[in-house]
Write a protein that binds this ligand. Structure first.
Ligand SMILES: Cc1cc2nc3c(=O)[nH]c(=O)nc-3n(C[C@H](O)[C@H](O)[C@H](O)COP(=O)(O)O)c2cc1C
Ligand SMILES: [Mn+2]
Length: 445
């Protein structure tokens, strides 16, 4: 059956042994996320916590931590085809479809009954996160001028029964809409959609000049169905598990955070806008969805999936013999690794420039030969260990622009480094890798 919501995705993960359902009771504070962290680091399946102490709503996490799970999410049979499936979707948006009703409207919590931390199992994730945060809520806003919709992730700290802090980098589309509303002294209506078709989760992390629902539609090859809000002038997915309606208030800024950042460090506390919650709708037996800060799925969503297609295009442009590219989520998205079938000495250095221009976050580039598995950090480090001479194979470019959250940078001004870990062509014979008979382990062990 086609995947069109969170539950059909969970079914697909279950069928592929990629979901572990946990019946043991867990604490919403620290414990749930700590279990998810250990499980993700140990390459375990996605998790569905069915017994969260004090709540009747289960919590799903680590759903798209790996490319394999993303291939399941997008119903692509070959994990190696994920990036080539996603790339053309960006240029072929599929318009949303309005429907009059949907499962998300099966239940509602009116204003007077809202106490968000009691209504929903919102975890406190890392030990120094400043309280419970909604982290996998896709925020849907509408441009006050053009009326177009926008999707983005914005962490939201629970601050009161109907009050959330919202972290919005001002250059984001949502920041732009909020500025326009604020200039007119008006609040900005939003819907926070939680527990979604993973195509919508993936699209929400991308930056496109049109509604990200249309990118999700392109990924699915059919329009995403939306219903209108009850108390807000914003549309949201008919099949969402839970939607929180509210408005970002004008002219108010309050401290928000810290919260674990994608870099693996704590962010600092910022003065951020505040959301007043007006209404909650949810499906029968809803499922809550969360992402812990700095997780592999946080990185894959924000730093890998939307950047690898650009990296691949630029690398192929410079060197048609490029085999594969990867931005490993475990490097905070700061590394790019490229493998190529080297035929000309020197071109591997040009590949370093290609990677550095693919995204400002790329800080360290590693080029390897095609016998190195770029998805295996051990193999890549081995290539650096055995194929690099520091004086010839490392390029250093100081004073370039990077990400300001890189704590070693000077407000984003950073040093870029390229490592050419390919074998010198002239000595190829001395680099013959040790080879082994091909055996099937399961026949013996
Ligand atoms: C899990 C996750 C959490 C994020 N949290 C925030 C956040 O708190 N504030 C923010 O401005 N961007 C955050 N981002 C980044 C934006 O949501 C993302 O880049 C999105 O594409 C921005 O939307 P826009 O391009 O439509 O402006 C987060 C991304 C992910 C994947
Ligand atoms: Mn956008």
């Amino acid at each position: 059956m086609a995947i069109n919501d969170l539950r059909s995705f969970l079914d697909a993960l279950r069928r592929e042994n990629q979901l572990k359902e946990i019946e043991n009771p867990v604490d919403i504070k620290f414990e749930l996320a700590a279990i998810a962290r250990k499980a993700e680091m140990a390459d375990m399946p996605a998790l569905l916590f069915k017994n969260v102490k004090g709540y009747s709503i289960p919590v799903a996490i680590n759903l798209i931590s790996t490319m394999k799970r993303i291939s399941i999410a997008l119903e692509i049979d070959d994990v190696n085809k994920v990036i080539s499936h996603i790339t053309p979707a960006f240029d072929n948006p599929v318009k949303e479809k309005m429907v009059s009703d949907g499962p998300v409207k099966e239940n509602n919590i009116p204003e007077e009954k809202i106490d968000i931390a009691k209504n929903l199992p919102i975890p406190v994730h890392a030990l120094k996160d400043n309280g419970p945060f909604i982290s996998a809520g896709v925020v849907i806003g509408k441009d006050p001028e053009s009326g177009r919709l926008n999707l983005s992730y914005n962490r939201m700290q629970v601050k009161g029964p109907r009050k959330l802090g919202i972290h919005i980098d001002p250059w984001r589309h949502l920041g732009d809409f909020y500025k326009k509303a604020e200039e007119q002294g008006k609040p900005l209506d939003i819907a926070i959609a939680i527990g979604l078709d993973p195509a919508i989760e993936l699209a929400a992390a991308a930056r496109v000049p049109y509604s990200e629902f249309q990118l999700a539609g392109a990924l699915r090859g059919r329009p995403i169905e939306l219903v209108s809000g009850e108390t807000v002038d914003v549309e949201y997915p008919a099949n969402a598990e839970i939607v929180i309606e509210g408005r970002i208030l004008p002219k108010i800024r309050e401290p928000e955070g810290p919260f674990a950042e994608f870099t693996g460090y704590y962010g600092i506390s910022y003065k951020e806008p505040v959301v007043e919650v007006t209404h909650i709708v949810h499906r029968n037996e809803p499922i809550y969805r969360t992402i812990y800060g700095g997780s592999q799925e946080h990185l894959i969503l924000g730093n890998v999936i939307s950047r690898e297609p650009v990296l691949y295009k630029l690398a192929k442009h410079v060197d048609p013999n490029v085999v594969a590219v990867h931005i490993p989520p475990y490097t905070a998205g700061f590394h790019a690794i490229i493998s190529t079938k080297k035929t000309i000495e020197g071109l591997t250095k040009n590949l370093i420039f290609a990677a550095l221009t693919s995204h400002i976050n790329i800080k360290h580039v590693i080029i390897v030969d095609d016998d190195v598995n770029i998805y295996d950090a051990k193999d890549v480090l081995w290539a650096i260990a055995t194929r690099v001479q520091g004086d010839k194979d490392i390029i250093i470019i100081p004073g370039a622009y990077g990400h300001w959250l890189d704590r070693t940078s000077d407000n984003g001004i950073t040093t870029k480094v390229g490592i050419d870990a390919t074998k010198p062509l002239s000595k190829a014979k001395e680099f013959e890798r040790v080879s082994w008979k091909d055996v099937n382990l399961s026949e013996f062990i």
